[in-house]
Write a protein that binds this ligand. Structure first.
Ligand code: TYM
Length: 331
């Protein structure tokens, strides 16, 4: 890695099919980042096992996630793409960071509180520890920026606190990363039937979620049925019109047209017609993506080679950071 470019880190957990939220919030920006930053894109499989996974389906989800990374234009010659579990240093650093994070800090994490409610029969320590493993992911690579959606901001804030604590105790040993949200309108895409909740891979109701591999009929059906309001006026008001505001966020993110311009353009448009426009814009993007996805999905050996190469390069950088940290700790 040359020192001229900053390092940006981003990751997705392969805990299910990727969603329109993942696309708009993160991976749709990854290709362009490659010309500006040293990009490190991980498949966070260790994060996904806080929930019990079916082995066969899990392997499929891991490789589908990789094929989607390639389909959005991530180039393995420009970016490091790797599977988290194949670089053992993540777990090694995780333990050290456990010893530098306070119980109270983790107790404040809203995602832990929410996930414990949903997953009340399996509130495991991994779920509690989840943001510390994220800290290990980010700090191992001395990342300057972390590209995430809004729901991950609190976790990255915690990572910053941990990094500052390490530097305070041991001198400058890790880079304090910044949160990077490329497009604020797309930073939190909401569930279609319940626009007060985030659109999520693990939603029990598939009608809340557009999956990246959905076909046009399914997209049209889900958008047509999405919950709005009854006043038939299209403008942005997240509090009183969360459904319409969510559709505006989606449409603006996919077309690149600002919300203010859209409000003007859509002044005399009915909700029915607006929903058609939104569904069309999603289908156009996703059909292109799916074509690329199926092309890469079938190249099994190529996908395996990318992960082998990525793990090898990532390991080199990870080992450097671990050596530094072991040294200051006297390990
Ligand atoms: P995951 O898989 O839940 O989400 C991956 C990324 O997608 C963003 N995202 C969304 N953005 C907009 N609208 C949505 N509805 C939406 N849903 C998800 C998330 O904010 C995230 O950026 N814990 C991470 C994965 C991870 C990670 C890391 C990220 C593991 N280690 C280190 C950054 C740095 C996660 O949320 O995965």
């Amino acid at each position: 890695m040359s020192l001229s470019k900053s390092i940006i880190f981003s990751a997705i957990q392969p805990s299910g099919q990727l969603t329109l939220g993942n696309y708009i919030g993160t991976i749709s920006h990854w290709m362009h980042m490659q010309d500006i930053y040293h990009c490190i894109y991980s498949i966070a499989d260790l994060h996904a096992i806080t929930v019990n996974q079916n082995k066969k389906l899990f392997r499929k989800n891991i490789f589908d996630t990789l094929a989607l990374y390639l389909a959005v234009g991530v180039n393995p010659k420009k970016s490091i793409i790797f599977l988290q579990s194949e670089v053992q240093e993540h777990c090694q650093l995780n333990w050290i960071l456990n010893c530098h994070t306070h119980f109270g800090e983790l107790m404040r994490m809203t995602q832990f509180k929410k996930k414990s409610k949903v997953n009340s029969s399996n509130i495991n320590i991994g779920l509690f520890n989840y943001p510390i493993l994220m800290a290990a992911d980010i700090l191992l690579y001395q990342s300057h920026k972390v590209l995430v959606g809004k729901d991950q901001m609190q976790h990255v804030e915690l990572v910053r606190d941990i990094a500052k604590r390490l530097n305070f105790l041991y001198g400058h040993i890790v880079t304090v990363p910044e949160v990077y949200i490329p497009n604020i309108n797309g930073a939190k895409i909401m569930a279609l039937l319940n626009p007060n909740n985030k659109m999520s891979k693990s939603d029990n109701n598939i009608n809340n979620v557009i999956f990246l591999l959905d076909n046009h009929e399914s997209i049209l059906k889900k958008i047509t049925r999405s919950v709005t309001d009854s006043d038939n006026k299209i403008f942005y008001d997240i509090k009183n019109k969360p459904g319409i505001s969510n559709l505006l966020n989606i449409y603006s993110s996919l077309t690149g047209i600002s919300i203010a311009v859209l409000e003007n353009m859509l002044m005399n448009t009915t909700y029915k017609h607006f929903k058609l426009l939104v569904a069309q814009s999603i289908s156009e993007k996703l059909l292109q993506l799916q074509e690329q996805f199926y092309y890469f999905k079938n190249k099994k050996n190529y996908l395996r080679d990318i992960l082998d190469f990525g793990a090898c390069v990532a390991k080199k950088q990870a080992k450097k950071t671990m050596k530094k940290i072991y040294n200051v700790l006297g390990l």
